[in-house]
Design a protein around this ligand. Structure first.
Ligand code: CU
Length: 299
């Protein structure tokens, strides 16, 4: 018995350590590293929920193994073993303990949800996210190009749209769809949210907030709601810039590019800023897809 236990512990240790995962990797239980405070809160909730589930699991597996190992029918047994139904203390424990578990999980879920799903305080940078079959339009209300239009970045079949955001301030996203239901998903935000048509008419809450993006970088974004033929190609990229670079970007987007006589596009502004990989004028986390169905390629 001791030998079997030693072997089980050894096998478990080999299984865990041979993956080469750090403690941080293990306790994320498969989730990516988040880049917003909200993402970290959700990940922490997930970690503790998984630990609570594992604790319950270990108790159940242990009791099951104990029953199987020590309470088997023995040769010569003809009667039923002693029965335990109507054991009031035991049944009370089995009712109260799950209730406590559910209440605790519920409490922490509500606490995190109230933060993640909060409404804007008014000091956020505003971004409108407009989804359509099969691309994205990101607009910055309150900005003004020389043409009189607000700054916007629209994706095309040939160009993955860049959602340029600052790392140093809160941001509020207002979502709507021009056609069917899409879903706005940046894996590093650990958050996806359905983008619905006519949210105001349908009395749907379509605004959400992040406190900040905690590091500069490029993060892929995807549509996470099946929305038709080219759903899988409906990608975008978040380009998180330090505050001063973001301000420079927005200034350029609101001025005229002498070379074209038109307001700077996202790609032209980033190329002009020339700040290394952060200013790459095209997406670095994903690439445009060939939408020609006769090529018969998956992507
Ligand atoms: Cu979509």
């Amino acid at each position: 018995m001791t030998r079997a236990l030693q072997l089980a512990v050894l096998a478990g240790a080999v299984a865990i350590f041979s993956t080469g995962c750090s403690v941080q990797d293990v306790i994320r239980f498969g989730w990516p590293v988040g880049v917003t405070p909200e993402a970290t809160m959700m990940r922490t909730l997930w970690t503790w929920s998984a630990i609570a589930a594992l604790a319950v699991g270990v108790i159940v597996w242990g009791l099951t193994a104990w029953t199987v190992a020590f309470h088997r029918r023995k040769a010569g047994d003809s009667e039923l073993p002693r029965q335990f139904q109507y054991n009031l203390p035991l049944e009370l424990v089995l009712t109260v303990v799950p209730l406590i578990i559910v209440a605790v999980l519920f409490y922490f879920t509500v606490v995190v949800q109230n933060v993640v799903d909060r409404q804007p305080a008014g000091n956020e940078l505003k971004v409108d996210v407009i989804a359509f079959q099969w691309n994205w339009d990101f607009e910055y209300p309150g900005t003004r190009q020389p043409t009189g239009q607000p700054v916007s970045t629209v994706g095309t079949t040939a160009e993955v749209p860049l959602l340029v955001l600052p790392t140093d301030r809160p941001i509020s996203f207002t979502q709507r769809s021009e056609d069917v239901i899409h879903s706005f998903w940046i894996p590093e935000f650990l958050f996806k949210r359905d983008v619905l048509p006519d949210p105001e008419k349908n009395d749907q809450k379509n605004v959400w907030v992040i406190d900040k993006i905690e590091q500069p970088g490029s993060f892929v974004g995807r549509c996470a709601e099946y929305c038709g033929s080219y759903h899988s190609m409906m990608n975008f990229e978040v380009r998180a810039l330090p505050g001063n670079l973001f301000d420079q970007y927005m200034q350029l987007r609101q001025s005229t590019n002498a070379a074209t006589g038109q307001p700077y596009t996202a790609a032209e502004a980033l190329a002009r800023m020339n700040c290394g990989p952060l200013c790459s004028p095209t997406a670095v986390t994903t690439h445009p897809f060939n939408p020609d169905p006769t090529t018969r390629l998956a992507f």
